[in-house]
Design a protein around this ligand. Structure first.
Ligand code: GDP
Length: 304
């Protein structure tokens, strides 16, 4: 088009199939697509392209999910599904149902559904939220868990005003850690907004870590936070320093954000709670809402 040119590699892959390779970045590929469209081509989103090329919707979904896989561990699970692990399990359940063996079919279906929660999280990290009173060491623990300084640590209570989030990987599982404003009654408008944001984030969490400071006396605020999150991992932080004994304080995982005591243990516990039963190689895993919905319908038909 007489414009300043871009050098491309055009590769013929079949009679009517070409690949165009260009420089990286969105602008170069967008310009090429725009030029092709102007000359009469139709742009098809890659997800639709895969769907047109592949008969099995599970394999299509696996390819799309693979593009969002953040670790090789996640990719390996999705590759198993692309290679047919889930398809085979579902086909086997259907075959058993048709042969009249509903119990065996139900066993397969129930095993798949029991693991669906993990599968649905394969393309998004597990959301772990640290909460607790101000100054108990939430920001310090987040930094210690990440191995770098992401959150500001300050010795004045009430200074974390927004939710601070960082992504990390533990044992091949993507995990998003969030540090939240300390939970306490406050008259400060900014702090109150931070506390509201913290509560919001807590409702979306897959896992909550309640942080308790062993150098401080146990308060009603601590008790209220714990009562709100009965499933939480309880962490007793500042275990390097002199402890204030309090019989009311519950047991918990002892950590020190300063010395690193218990941080590995905390990360291991987070993974064990997020992924209690990692799938074995080649195992069938449901990983989209559509698959879960369809299997639930199949289960209902088995019980009808
Ligand atoms: P947050 O308000 O709960 O996020 O608490 P910070 O992480 O900002 O820490 C509050 C204060 O406690 C800071 O002065 C930290 O240096 C200190 N601190 C945090 N964790 C520990 C710990 O494990 N041991 C000791 N001795 N001090 C800590």
């Amino acid at each position: 088009n007489n414009e300043l040119g871009e050098e491309l590699v055009v590769c013929r892959r079949g009679d009517e199939q070409f690949e165009i390779h260009c420089h990286g970045g969105d602008a170069a590929s967008a310009a090429i697509l725009h030029g092709l469209e102007r000359d009469g081509c139709m742009i098809v989103p890659w997800t639709e392209w895969i769907a047109a090329d592949e008969a099995d919707p599970i394999a299509v979904e696996a390819q799309i999910a693979l593009a969002a896989a953040r670790t090789t561990r996640i990719a390996a699970i999705l590759l198993d599904q692309q290679a047919g692990a889930l398809r085979r399990a579902i086909d086997e359940a259907s075959r058993l149902a048709e042969a009249g063996d509903r119990i065996a079919a139900l066993t397969i279906v129930d095993r798949l559904l029991a693991r669906a929660a993990l599968g649905l999280r394969l393309t998004a990290p597990f959301r772990v939220v640290f909460c607790g009173r101000p100054n108990v060491g939430k920001s310090s623990l987040l930094n210690a868990a990440l191995g770098y300084r992401r959150a500001v640590v300050f010795d004045q209570p009430g200074t974390t005003r927004d939710v601070v989030t960082a992504a990390t990987v533990v044992d091949g599982w993507p995990i998003e850690l969030s540090d939240t404003a300390g939970l306490r009654a406050s008259d400060d408008e900014l702090e109150t907004a931070g506390i509201a944001a913290a509560r919001n984030r807590l409702t979306e969490a897959d896992l909550v870590v309640v942080v308790i400071d062993v150098t401080a006396t146990w308060t009603d605020d601590d008790a209220a936070i714990l009562a709100e999150h009965p499933e939480a991992i309880v962490v007793l932080n500042k275990s390097d320093a002199t402890e204030v004994f309090d019989a009311a304080r519950p047991a918990g995982l002892r950590t020190s954000a300063v010395t690193g005591l218990g941080i590995d243990e905390l990360l291991k516990t987070i993974v064990a709670r997020s992924v209690p039963q990692p799938p074995s190689p080649g195992e069938a895993v449901l990983f989209t809402d559509r698959q879960v919905q369809q299997l639930r319908e199949f289960r209902a038909s088995l019980l009808a």
